[in-house]
Design a protein around this ligand. Structure first.
Ligand code: HEC
Length: 114
């Protein structure tokens, strides 16, 4: 487990900036936040449920298989549409690593979940 974050850092530092690299944070806010919330919680600014699952639930996220999450993003799941026309598999993986997992890491438990 130890080298994992080091390897990730290496990937981030050495990843070439190409035309294919797009702002996945912006992509999340444009395509995902309407259902999952800007913070991944599945709630809007007023606390209203938006209908998407709480992606910022770190305990849930830790139990998920990476490939299942990628499949859900690309092919859709339940009420969620698939995004394979908009992003490649590699980008879906980056979206998870760079946007969704950090949301889960940062998020404090909501008061009512305590
Ligand atoms: C129209 C609303 C909607 C949009 C837009 C949406 N989702 Fe979802 N998402 C859902 C719902 C509803 C679920 C729960 C699906 C289920 O388990 O039935 C879900 C589940 C998920 C899951 C968990 C899948 C699993 O294995 O349980 C991930 C990851 C996810 N969404 C990521 C994204 C990402 C990334 C985007 C933007 C590219 C996005 N979603 C856009 C509604 C949405």
């Amino acid at each position: 487990m130890v080298p994992r974050s080091a390897a990730l850092l290496l990937v981030i530092l050495t990843a070439p900036l190409s035309a294919e690299v797009r702002d996945l944070k912006a992509f999340y806010q444009e395509r995902c936040a309407a259902c999952h919330g800007t913070d991944g919680s599945g709630r809007g600014p007023g606390g209203a449920r938006l209908g998407g699952r709480n992606l910022a639930d770190g305990r849930w996220l830790a139990r998920q298989e990476e490939k299942d999450l990628v499949t859900a993003i690309l092919k859709g799941r339940g009420a969620m549409p698939g995004f394979r026309r908009q992003i490649h598999e590699a980008e879906a993986k980056r979206l998870l690593a760079e946007v969704i997992r950090p949301l889960a890491a940062r998020r404090r438990p909501t008061p009512e979940a305590e």
